[in-house]
Design a protein around this ligand. Sequence first.
Ligand code: ZN
Length: 59
Amino acid sequence: MANDPIDPVCGMQVDKDSAAAQVEYKGETYYFCAIGCKERFEENPEKFIERIQEPQKQQ
Ligand SMILES: [Zn+2]
């Protein structure tokens, strides 16, 4: 459960199997609760990725 992906746009935890949309960006897969979130992500991926990155995960 702890590994459920976070929708980077709205911050919701998304179940991979029921995600409304997914996008592959720079080798990572992002999951979204709604198509609208995916569209917002695609307009400005970097902004949303920055938001969900945990400090200790930066490499
Ligand atoms: Zn969302």
